[in-house]
Design a protein around this ligand. Structure first.
Ligand code: SAM
Ligand code: SF4
Ligand code: SF4
Length: 379
């Protein structure tokens, strides 16, 4: 067997030059070069994590010598909230906090309460959510809810304790994540979604136990195809289990009917559990599959990502981002000037990595150089 070579990685590529945006922001919200609006902002609040999932932060790379961002490079809560306010003015309606592990960021509740207070131009609150590995959720669910968080997505790659410990690679017990999910439910952080990354040969035998466990609980389980994000996980297509096969395996035991998309830009294909008559039974609930590899869904991708140090990335597979922290810290940028810059950046966006991958195969990256890691840019 050939040895897996994992390259050392430095995320801190030079940032892209900010577009010159001399005028005012647009009078309408911007659309990109493929006519996609900007409605969804993912904010990474830390590049650190207490797990070492091999598909995201493999131990061999993210070891004790790994150079995480120094504290002074992180956006402060005030900086994040200021930028978020500007983004909401440009059309953003949904904010997802992520990382790294977002619950490791000290006093995250303060940031949540600041973001929960934001309103859209027509006075509506934002859809405010967070993705977590669940390890600290049992302890934090109530304070997150009290701060104004609406719901959570929990990542969970198997129910079998040995498999789960192998997936997180830090020997973390599955029971504590299940307690976190229960605490989130009790606190009213629903509807809760659970994301399972499926790696063929590693945890695909957990698909059915996970489906059985969450059926009828109100929790929406979603299966994510293992993606070629970043540059360190040693991805290969052999380890991808296509979503179509996930659906087939569940169908064989629990009949499913396909449901429509719930929102524009929704990444999951939804399948509802059927009753004896073959109709969708809302009591039994639904599962989702996210076919990031086998079925490109760039066509309505409305997501931007803000890294922990304030760089704006236009695609999960991008290698470079725009340094918005520079604007925040230069003292002279007004919110209006930032809005105009964001408009200009978004209008220049033509990213569609997944579409290109399905046409030409993997590694047709969305820009020159090594892709940034998911733990840095936010999932
Ligand atoms: N630490 C949090 C967590 O795990 O939920 C938030 C950050 S994590 C980067 C966000 C999501 O990305 C998780 O659901 C994780 O499973 C997913 N993810 C990370 N690497 C992935 C990969 N190579 N393929 C598919 N999903 C991946
Ligand atoms: Fe950490 Fe989430 Fe990445 Fe796993 S997927 S290593 S929990 S950031
Ligand atoms: Fe969006 Fe990039 Fe993913 Fe396509 S590959 S859906 S453009 S993040």
């Amino acid at each position: 067997m050939s040895e897996r070579v994992i390259p050392l990685v430095d995320q801190r590529h030079p940032s892209l030059p900010l577009p010159h945006a001399a005028g005012a922001a647009l009078s309408t919200t911007p659309t990109d070069a493929l006519r996609r609006p900007l409605t969804d902002l993912r904010i990474s609040v830390t590049d650190r994590c207490n797990f070492r999932c091999s598909y995201c932060m493999p131990k061999e790379v993210f070891d004790k010598d790994y150079a995480y961002l120094p504290q002074s490079h992180l956006l402060s809560f005030e900086e994040i909230t200021r930028l978020a306010t500007v983004f909401v003015g440009r059309g953003v309606r949904k904010i997802r906090l992520t990382g790294g592990e977002p619950l490791l960021r000290k006093n995250i509740e303060i940031l949540i309460s600041q973001l929960a207070a934001l309103r859209t131009p027509d006075g509506q609150p934002l859809d405010l959510t967070l993705t977590t590995n669940g390890s600290l959720l049992a302890r934090k669910a109530q304070s997150l809810k009290d701060a104004g968080l609406q719901r959570v997505t929990v990542s969970l790659d198997g129910l079998d304790d040995a498999v789960f410990r192998q997936m997180n690679d830090v020997d973390f017990p599955v029971e504590e994540v299940l307690q976190g999910i229960a605490a989130a439910k009790a606190a009213g952080l629903g509807p809760i979604k659970v994301n399972m990354v499926v790696k063929r040969g590693t945890n695909d035998h957990e698909i059915l136990p996970m489906a059985r466990h969450f059926q009828g609980t109100g929790v929406v389980l979603r299966f994510i195809e293992y993606m070629d994000v970043g540059a360190t996980n040693g991805w290969c297509m052999d380890e991808v289990l296509p979503s179509a096969e996930v659906v087939q395996r569940i169908q064989a035991e629990m009949p499913l009917v396909q449901l429509g998309h719930s929102a524009l830009g929704e990444t999951a294909e939804r399948w509802g559990y059927a009753n004896a008559q073959g109709d969708y039974d809302p009591q039994l609930g639904e599962v989702g599959v996210i076919s990031s590899v086998t079925q490109a869904f760039c066509g309505d991708c409305n997501r931007a990502r803000l890294s922990t140090e304030g760089r704006l990335y236009l695609c999960l597979f991008a290698s470079q981002g725009y340094d918005l922290r520079q604007l925040l810290r230069d003292q002279i940028s007004t919110d209006e000037a930032m809005a105009a810059t964001i408009d200009a950046i978004w209008q220049g966006r033509a990213d569609q990595y997944s579409v290109l991958r399905s046409l030409r195969g993997p590694d047709t990256a969305g820009g020159p150089g090594r892709r940034v890691e998911m733990s840095y840019i936010g999932g």
